[in-house]
Design a binder for this molecule. Structure first.
Ligand code: ATP
Length: 259
């Protein structure tokens, strides 16, 4: 079964319907970017897939589990198998890099081991290997505040590496970074997904990062799937229709795309 199957799902906050009639299926190992104007429902879609928002209509199946039915143990299992990356505040400021990385192991450990690890880091070799992959091995004992924004995101990717999730949901992971650092983080996420066979969904505002990184793009507008297809099929016409008033403000007309 595909890791994410959404069948005619709707979500509302109070009386406002923010997602409606969503039909999406994501294949194992697929790398998908979700795009669309502000307020289109991209973050809500991620919350739906993670079981943090419940559908009022339709069905959402994540890693084989109906998210509406998740309770207790099944919810804990899903949390362990889904890795999250946010725009910022991914790290706990009081904890050194090594402990932040090892937070990714918490779902795999019993509580005593997790507590002991705060004094005497468990599976240090695993943390070191993950930090080496993001080229931060020498920052094992730094505090998050001592790192740049891009380095902090790389530590958060190292935490995902040790977590070994089957599904990664990255919600605007590079919105606070410049294009070069953004490409670095997206490249690391794609590499992580490729190596571990994980499925990757990224909510992306920086459309320059679509080409070469993603298999498919899902475009949301006003709570509905407006378009989906490979990055190579995106045209200026599509972006103008999708983003409406935001099209010029986001300088999308400057992107080198077919008309
Ligand atoms: N907790 C909430 N309570 C009420 N309305 C909400 C809540 N969260 C989001 N919304 C509304 O739902 C709609 C979709 O929001 P969402 O954050 O999913 O959009 P988005 O596409 O991720 O936007 P952005 O790109 O600006 O982050 C918006 O109109 C938003 O105002």
């Amino acid at each position: 079964m595909p890791p994410v199957v959404i069948e005619r799902a709707a979500v509302s906050y109070g009386r406002a319907r923010v997602l409606d009639g969503i039909e999406v299926s994501v294949a194992l190992g697929e790398r998908v970017a979700v795009i669309g104007p502000s307020g289109a429902g991209k973050t809500t879609l991620f919350r739906l897939i993670a079981g943090l928002a419940k559908p009022i209509e339709g069905r959402v199946t994540t890693l084989g589990q109906d998210v509406s039915q998740l309770r207790g143990r099944s919810l804990a299992r899903l949390r362990r198998e889904v890795g999250f990356l946010h725009q910022q505040d991914n790290l706990i400021p009081q904890l050194r890099v090594v402990h932040n990385v090892l937070m990714g192991r918490l779902g795999h450990w019993w509580l005593p081991r997790a507590l002991w690890s705060l004094l005497w880091p468990q599976e240090l070799g695993r943390a070191m290997a993950a930090l080496s992959r993001v080229e931060l091995a020498e920052r094992l004992w730094s505090l998050p505040d001592e790192l740049s924004g891009g380095q902090q995101q790389r530590v958060a990717v190292a935490r995902l590496i040790v977590q070994q999730p089957r599904l990664v949901l990255a919600d605007e992971p590079v919105s606070a970074l410049d294009l070069r650092l953004g490409q670095e983080i997206i490249g690391l996420l794609c590499e992580l997904a490729g190596r571990e066979g994980a499925t990757l969904l990224v909510n992306l505002h920086t459309l320059d990062l679509l080409q070469g990184n993603f298999d498919r793009v899902i475009a949301l507008r006003a709570g509905e799937v407006f378009w989906q297809g490979p990055p190579a099929d995106i045209s200026q016409h599509l972006l103008r229709e999708l983003y409406g008033a935001e099209y010029r403000a986001l300088h999308l007309d400057e992107m080198a795309l077919p008309a």
